[in-house]
Design a protein around this ligand. Sequence first.
Ligand SMILES: Cc1ncc(COP(=O)(O)O)c(C=O)c1O
Length: 452
Amino acid sequence: MLGSPNAMTQDLPRRDQALLWHPATHFGDLEKLPPIAVSRAQGSYLFDTDGRPILDGISSWWTSVHGHCHPDIVAAVQDQVANLDHVMFAGFTHAPAVELAEAIVDKAPPGYGKVFYTDCGSAAIEVALKLSFQYRLQTGEPQKTRFASLKNSYHGETMGALAVCGSEFYREPFSPLLMDVLELPTPFFDRHEHADLSSNLGADDPQADRAIALLREHADTLTALVIEPLIQCAGRMTMTGAGFYGRLVAEAQALGIHVIADEIAVGFGRTGKLLASDWPPVAPDLMCLSKGLSGGVLPLACVLIRRGFEDVFSGAPARSFMHSHTFTGNPIACAAGLASLKLFDRTQLLTRLPARVEAMATRRRQVASALGGLVRHHRQLGMIAAFEVAAPPGKVPDGRLGLHLRAAALERGVLLRPLHDTIYWMPPLTMSDDELDRLAEVTVACVRAVLG
Ligand SMILES: Cc1ncc(COP(=O)(O)O)c(C=O)c1O
């Protein structure tokens, strides 16, 4: 029986619940909203085991940039797995890892000299934190031990990454275990509709002045500033602005504080350029990439490291960076990444993006006008749009607005995963006009169904 098609798909939700522990999932919610068994994906759609399509409005946790199962990436993965599945990356190398590193450095802002691969975003953050810390030990600055990060930020959930998260929601239960971090204020631009990324948005916000004053005050003890460029995605899609980001990076670097840019969510076209750091533009000392890096197909992440940074790690063996992950530089994941980057060129995706951004903006405005007072602060940067749902007091007695909206969207064949009261769209960059229409229609229908 094991492995027969029937055995594989039969009664999956029940068998799942008997055994599996899902990420970021409240056990009680599983009764209301059991996991949906999915067997296939194509373009902007997932398909459940009965063949029912589900429009993926959030690119399956912000990964799938070209749509699911793009034939170029599938072919690259198939070709790679048939030749070299895996080899430890200590003492070995291979073409996918080298070519992908060359391609990323070529497309990134100038000045990067090394690439360190990991297999998830949190691990990339850990690597960046450790690199910055060890750098100080080896440059005679042992007093520079502290990190700064922004209020409401999210950087992952391993202990180091969690410590630099600026949200009590994720951090609170583990706070006794976490290192002390300097928290900087964040401009909450989500109170406005704005879409003009090319402007100097946020540069003259009072919060930028406060953040800079804190950096100056603590510069002697700070090793690095960790920051999500332009949008705090898990922080309810808070859009902080290219001007704010550019100013903070420039100031931190002038003060001798490393900048760790967390482009894990916003990289690879999400903001309308390949990287969000291209907007100001700036070149952070360390840049963490993941999610869209492999086209969203396989677990892969990396840290881009400013040229010359590595000099501090040469000399005696004890000065080496002693950090490893078993699947670092996995050839199949790197082959997927290379195919994804080539796709950006072959399909001229970035050139075509402004039209997609405008198509989304049109639907966003339509939704806001159809829903009137039920949503507020609708906003968009590139291919990320968000709305706050304004639930009248007492309307959602259990307080689980996001869960109810998610369930309502799934009933209508759309994957949305609101962050509390924030509905957001982060679809594949290739989503068509018709698909965006459907996303908009279902968004309106869900809000009306839950609050109507
Ligand atoms: C900005 C940001 N940083 C870090 C992470 C953590 O990445 P991972 O979930 O791959 O560990 C995420 C995940 O959503 C993220 O959005």
